[in-house]
Design a protein around this ligand. Sequence first.
Ligand code: CTP
Length: 404
Amino acid sequence: MSQLENKKILLGVCGGISAYKSAVLLRALQQAGAEVRVVMTSSAQAFVTPLTFQALCGHPVYTELLDPEQEAAMDHISLARWADMILVAPATANFIARVANGHASDLLSTLCLAATIPIALAPAMNQAMWNNPATQRNIDTITRYGYRLWGPDEGDQACGETGPGRMLEPETLLRRASDFLKPGPLRGVSVLMTAGGTQEPIDPVRFVGNRSSGKMGYALAEAMRDLGAEVTLVSGPVSLNPPSAIDICTVQTANEMRDAVMARVEECSIFIAVAAVADYRPASVAAEKIKKRSDSLNLELVRNPDILAEVAALADPPFTVGFAAETEQVEAFAEEKRRSKGVDMIAANQVGTSEGGFESDRNSLTLLWEGGRESLAMMEKSHLARQLSERILKRYQLERGVDE
Ligand code: CTP
């Protein structure tokens, strides 16, 4: 059976010369078993008529945001909820700019804004438009928002120029959609994670905390989601956009993080502690801002609960993965942590050096488990997260006897 059998795809078509290829894509998606509805922007209709798509698709094409007749058939919010994914092919520079800026000025951009499902864009534009810093900035923005970018391809362009900007061919887009929608190996598996740092208040304006951007935890949450897992992320304060299709619970202190984790841990099969939890908190929190009246100030700190150790010590614990950020003797300290906390796998990294670590976009890791180890080289955190998610999946399947 095709991976696309019974999948519902909303195909968005923008105004570019490659819009004619979208008709071929529509047929290919249907032949693979997908149910497709088409939304066209007004400029797309200058290249191909809605009737072409309607005839192929067997359903009216959606073109207007404020058309009472179309809204009566299926309003735009229901349309965004109906689909398993939105695929915009071709996605023009103008359309990408609209979604990067949160516009809801036409039906297709409104659907993207209202959607909680994955959205993939297949860019198509002149190579200079693609290379323009404004477009590249918009691409960065939408990638951070969780949009998938499929393409563009490089080569000869309809305008006579050569370079990046060609829409991927329909058969390539069909393959990408099929790979993307195939059920992940962790389908139905519930994963609970912590990420970011905690903040332990001293008074209403100050706190004790750990350095952490949350980037590794958020990237790993997305990688686990992409393997099909249902991910819940208990996050300390971070300045990152919430990833799509992940349940986020925001907390501030270690105690709040602990309570949020313990309230959810029973339902999860895998627990991953990425958070840089403050090990200590002020013994008391001043009700008013502390004034600088003396030359020195003593803060009494008391231990915070160790969330990872508490989860690993449960009578029926989930598969547990911890992190160990070390400045020296990385592997030895990490192995000691793995044993003392009783976790299944630990991911150790060196901090306090010029490359990798807390606020960086790159990192490297050494993975340790009972009787084994593996090093993952220095790379972008999003790539590293993907590699780590695959190792977690493998160890989880092996240790829990789950069929691959
Ligand atoms: N951790 C946790 N709760 C804490 C402290 C740490 O869940 N109160 C988790 C972290 O999320 C990480 C792992 O434990 O997965 C290791 O944390 P780390 O701070 O590196 O180690 P500690 O156990 O705190 O030991 P130390 O500070 O002495 O290195």
